[in-house]
Design a protein around this ligand. Structure first.
Ligand SMILES: Nc1nc2c(c(=O)[nH]1)N[C@H]1C(S)=C(S)[C@@H](COP(=O)(O)OP(=O)(O)OC[C@H]3O[C@@H](n4cnc5c(=O)[nH]c(N)nc54)[C@H](O)[C@@H]3O)O[C@H]1N2
Ligand SMILES: Nc1nc2c(c(=O)[nH]1)N[C@H]1C(S)=C(S)[C@@H](COP(=O)(O)OP(=O)(O)OC[C@H]3O[C@@H](n4cnc5c(=O)[nH]c(N)nc54)[C@H](O)[C@@H]3O)O[C@H]1N2
Ligand code: SF4
Ligand SMILES: [Mo]
Length: 738
């Protein structure tokens, strides 16, 4: 039976209005904290070192941690506000149950856990084990990610477990596995400093990885040339030697044309290609017709600029290529990634000092979280859930029969589709807000309403949780011990600074308790996070993401250890591939043909404008955390639609006028932000908001066939000015990525 979400009125009754929390001037305890805890920012993949100041079991402030090597004390606007979450008035402090007609009502741990277990049993008995799915997230530590993977397969006994990295790094992961047999950025970022040429493709680094900018400036100070590939003239592009303003969805045409140019002008490393790679000939055959003129036609980038980029890249002795979601959030995301890798391999500039390549991992533990088995097709150590040897190894570590280990399950968006088909009836989620972050949110909402039972573990009441039957109050990153792995591949130590407030519990204790109640106490008998990590080390041993030699003590003593690190006397691997022994079956790096293909949806008469989506500096992901922090909200209170002045003129749109943006999936209303920094045929909307302000009402559920990543970065839309100026709040957003 369709279930209605708890009404907004009922939520307000229980929680009061949504609070934008700013502390008093000069916060309490600043001068004399009880303790200072060296740990890391909970937000993006940079995982900047930070010191948290603690007083009376509350995080009351922060200090820079100057000694931590990556960020050397630097923090971005989110990092300096992160401490405000632990003590936030919106924290969930007790389990809640949905009571029809009343909204969410506090309940006990015993009652809520019993209900969860009863519903799991009921649904699995009636519809089969796989009818109960789990969604997880990589803001979770390595220990929790590993635990969730084991919990879903061993205690919940479902194959349908996937995670929010499916919306994030999977195109890069799949591309890296095809080309190198291993999924990690190839270098630590200090290698950037001496690179002669740096390409940044589809990554708005100044806003999304602000502390990484430092390493790019260092290279610039030494004369490095910078090439930025983005439909918007983003802050980094404004300082670049070349800005290639690519039309969304056409990157592979650009990389293909650059590759052809390198071939035609013999700017190739023949020794590297001949001895250490395979697949070169078919890859260059696929781009033999990709002239500069053709590429200009497809990508909208002037051919002189494409030529200049190929010349700079081709002639450099050292170089670095970085990309992020701008090229990966596509139904051809894996092809785009392979197109970039082909340029790196053709010039042989990898596995050498100051020569590197990598995707910039997005979420805090986006790297570690994609290695230890909470992906639908993966087992710990980045093992393959369909490989009989890998299955046997993990089944032995877990003490189960290989035949009882579930197989490959559905990916995140496919789980939503399966709910619509009635194949999945129950859901448990932790650290994921799919209603805001998955594409086609009207379809996602309809799926949530169809679920027979949904339990959510979070520390804030996110938008998806409003559809839950039970909400379990979990923990923030600083409320548990653990490790994460930064975008560089550096395994670092997350420190417990405080215990969870009120009746909230650590995420780990909630999962362990659930496993126990599902009859799996023996296999989930961990004393602490370190015990989980030690099992993870064994489970990862021999896999491509090998953590076996990494101990808590080493991570602390060495301020992080880079995987792979197979033995305790192994130094770890900051720079991959120095030995040229790639992890592919033939030991070579693979070129892969990456011909240009059209995106899933193209513009037409009805929907004539390209829509792309992404981020702003002060908001984080689905906004659950940052939309609650006063100063971050002040900086960017609501999403604006970026429109070029010429396009605005065509529609008679004024600055800050409300504009209805519609696609085949839905519509939203956004104040206009008229800026010269975007292509004339494209509009951009940041996606951190919900409801009528949600960009994901508009985006399509088209997936990359290999990675299953949704196509967040390109679809067709239309604009209608509403002839009404936005209320004052949007006026304060003077800073709008321009
Ligand atoms: N402030 C902030 N920082 C964050 C996050 C956050 O939410 N807020 N999230 C973190 C996470 S999880 C992630 S994944 C990263 C994401 O980091 P980024 O990938 O840097 O962020 P996005 O804004 O999603 O997209 C980057 C750029 O892609 C461009 N783009 C759009 N379409 C195309 C295209 O077809 N081709 C090319 N070449 N570029 C295109 C957009 O104009 C945009 O400037 O940020 C991390 N850091
Ligand atoms: N249109 C559009 N959509 C996008 C994107 C885009 O560029 N455009 N980007 C995509 C990308 S790259 C990403 S990564 C996804 C992210 O999408 P989500 O993963 O849905 O975003 P989050 O805001 O991280 O949601 C995580 C939830 O986990 C909770 N949480 C955080 N840390 C913890 C923890 O330690 N324990 C527990 N129990 N809960 C925790 C937060 O409170 C929040 O409610 O969005 C994707 N969606
Ligand atoms: S760059 Fe990322 S990790 Fe560093 S302070 Fe900002 S959000 Fe936190
Ligand atoms: Mo992400």
């Amino acid at each position: 039976m369709a279930k209605l979400p708890v009404s907004a009125e009922n939520i307000v009754k229980l929680f009061g209005p949504h609070k934008n929390y700013s502390p008093k001037e000069g916060f309490e305890g600043r001068d004399e904290p009880d303790k200072v805890v060296e740990t890391h920012c909970c937000f993006c993949g940079m995982q900047c070192g930070i010191k948290l100041l603690v007083k009376e079991n509350k995080v009351v402030g922060f200090d820079p941690w100057m000694e931590f090597p990556f960020n050397e004390g630097r923090l971005c606007p989110k990092g300096v506000q992160r401490y405000l979450q632990n003590n936030h008035p919106d924290r969930l402090l007790t389990p809640l149950k949905r009571v029809e007609g009343q909204g969410f009502v506090p309940t006990s741990w015993d009652e809520s856990m019993n209900k969860v277990v009863t519903e799991i049993s009921r649904i699995q008995l009636k519809y089969g084990n796989d009818a109960f799915a789990m969604l997880s997230g990589v803001s979770l530590t390595n220990e929790k990610s590993y635990l969730v993977g084991k919990f879903a397969r061993v205690a919940l006994k479902t194959k349908n477990l996937d995670y929010n990295g499916r919306l994030c790094m999977v195109s890069a992961g799949a591309g890296n596995k095809k080309a190198f047999g291993l999924d990690r950025a190839s270098n630590n970022y200090s290698d950037l400093e001496y690179a002669e040429v740096i390409i940044v493709a589809g990554a708005n680094i100044s806003e999304t990885f602000p502390t990484l900018t430092h390493w790019i400036w260092k290279a610039r100070d030494r004369g490095a040339k910078l090439i930025v590939i983005d439909p918007r003239n983003i802050p980094l592009a404004r300082t670049a030697d070349l800005h290639l303003d690519v039309k969304p969805g056409t990157d592979s045409a650009l990389y293909g044309a650059m590759l052809k140019y390198l071939v035609d002008h013999d700017m190739l490393d023949h020794d590297f290609i001949d001895n250490y790679t395979s697949g070169f000939q078919e890859t260059i055959d696929a781009v033999k017709d990709y002239t500069l003129e053709w590429a200009e036609e497809i990508t909208g980038i002037k051919k002189e600029k494409i030529q200049a980029a190929a010349e700079l890249w081709g002639k450099a002795k050292t170089s670095f290529l970085l990309h992020a979601r701008g090229i990966e959030h596509h139904s051809k995301g894996v092809d785009n990634v392979l197109g970039c890798i082909n340029l790196v391999l053709a010039t042989g500039r990898i596995g050498k000092p100051y020569c590197g390549y990598g995707t910039i991992t997005g979420q805090g533990n986006g790297q570690g979280g994609r290695e230890h088995g909470h992906k639908c097709d993966q087992l710990p150590g980045n093992r393959d859930i369909e490989n009989p040897e890998h299955r046997k190894y993990i089944a032995d570590v877990w003490g189960i029969n290989e035949k009882d280990l579930p197989g490959k399950g559905l990916s995140a968006y496919e789980i939503i589709e399966a709910i619509h088909r009635g194949e999945i009836r129950g859901l448990i989620s932790i650290c994921f807000n799919p209603l805001v972050s998955l594409p086609n949110s009207n379809y996602v909402r309809a799926a949530l309403e169809k679920l027979e039972f949904y339990v959510c573990i979070d520390f804030f009441l996110n938008e998806t949780a409003r559809h839950a039957d039970i909400i379990l109050p979990g923990s923030l990153q600083e409320e548990e011990e653990g490790t994460t792995t930064s975008a560089e591949g550096r395994v670092i130590r997350i420190r417990q600074a405080v215990t969870p407030p009120g009746d909230a519990r650590t995420d780990t204790s909630i999962i362990l308790d659930l496993a126990k109640r599902l009859g799996e106490q023996k296999r989930f008998n961990f004393e602490n996070s370190e015990a989980i990590f030690n099992e993870l080390r064994v489970a990862s041993k021999g896999g491509t993401a090998d953590y076996n030699g990494i101990t808590y003590k080493r991570v602390e003593d060495e301020m992080g250890v880079f995987w792979p690190c197979p033995t305790e006397d192994h130094p770890g691997t900051p720079r991959l591939w120095e030995d040229k022994k790639f992890k592919t079956p033939d030991g070579k790096a693979h070129f892969n043909p990456a011909p240009y293909k059209l995106p899933g949806e193209v513009t037409d008469e009805q929907y004539p404008i390209t829509l792309t989506t992404g981020r702003v500096v002060s908001q984080y992901l689905s906004g659950t955390q940052t939309r609650r922090i006063g100063k971050l909200v002040d900086q960017f209170p609501e999403p604006l639609v970026e429109i070029h002045p010429n396009l605005a003129k065509e529609y008679g749109i004024q600055q800050r006028e409300l504009v209805r943006v519609s696609t085949r999936r839905g519509e939203g209303i956004f104040p206009a932000n008229i800026v010269e920094t975007i292509r004339e045929d494209t509009v951009f909307i940041p996606y951190h908001w919900s409801g009528v302000k949600s960009a994901n009402q508009l985006t399509p559920g088209t997936l990359d066939p290999i990675s299953k990543i949704p196509e967040f970065k390109v679809c067709a839309c239309k604009l209608e000015p509403l002839r009404e100026i936005a209320p004052a709040s949007s006026e304060s957003t003077a800073y709008a990525s321009t």
